[in-house]
Design a protein around this ligand. Sequence first.
Ligand code: CAA
Length: 301
Amino acid sequence: MSSSTTTHTLPTKFSVIGAGQMGTGIAVVAAMNAKVPSVNIHDVFPSSIEKSKKFIESLLDKYVQKGTLTQQEKEIILGERLSFSSGTDLSPMADSQFVVEAATENTDLKLGLFKDLSELVHSKPSSSPTILATNTSSISITKIAAVAKDPTTIIGMHFMNPVPVMKLVELIRGLQTSDATYERTVQLAEAMQKTCTLSIKDSPGFIANRILMPYINEAVNVLHEGIATKEDIDKTMKLGTNVPMGPLTLADFIGLDTCLAIMRVLYTEFADSKYRPSPLLVKMVEAGWLGKKTGRGFYTY
Ligand code: CAA
């Protein structure tokens, strides 16, 4: 995908909603790589904000030790660029030119958030309205845009985990997304030193998860049918296709609940049996074996 030709102004205030792994990573990369002067991380839970702060401090310490970040730059990022807020009041985001939502993957929650956020930032007409991007991995951008006061400003900006390491940002245009919104999003993603791809159509799973999740699901089926051990399934794909992790290790890393939720979106939206979630994946989620985050998935951690 080629870079945009029109030059827009980069945001001076950028906000991220959701202080989980993804939101925290997005904020760090905006403050560190794009040098956005003001980056706010917002979460409903103060405990998530505390965890996010600790993670950022240790990550920046590691970069300083490795020599990829100076002590002075670390202090500027922590002391000047980054700020944190928590609670249900969205007003800390009111003066942002760009907001990325990285909250829980729940359609009703996202629709409510985008409606309220849009009321907050789009109440006055502007030649450069605030962009409201979502990091959703599977929910329709068009559906989210439909609840916004200015649907032209809504776009999918799908980062990969871990955000500071992974080069890709998958962009998704909803039916209503304007060219200016798309160009400004590409410009910011490139300033964050990411490479963009574009899902031209707002189709279930976009590009990455339309391909990745059926691959993971099939690996679970191969295990379920007793065709090979989990170790051999992973070894086959790791050594045979040169990927950093085999599919079952990757599923544990992503979270089996997330993998199942995305498979269910594909299965329901396409109404095609080829996307049927593996019965083993369903059972593992029922057992609460969600992968790395719960200490047990296909492997124990
Ligand atoms: N945040 C920041 N940096 C991190 C990190 C994190 N959460 N996790 C690992 N890293 C860094 C490490 O610090 C290390 O950095 P240096 O090389 O500078 O020391 C580097 O990544 C490598 O880490 P490790 O040596 O610990 O381990 P590794 O070599 O196995 O790499 C990995 C870890 C980067 C996660 C690698 O295994 C990998 O690329 N795995 C595949 C990840 C992947 O496919 N992600 C996409 C998932 S799909 C998705 O996100 C979308 C969706 O909608 C589901």
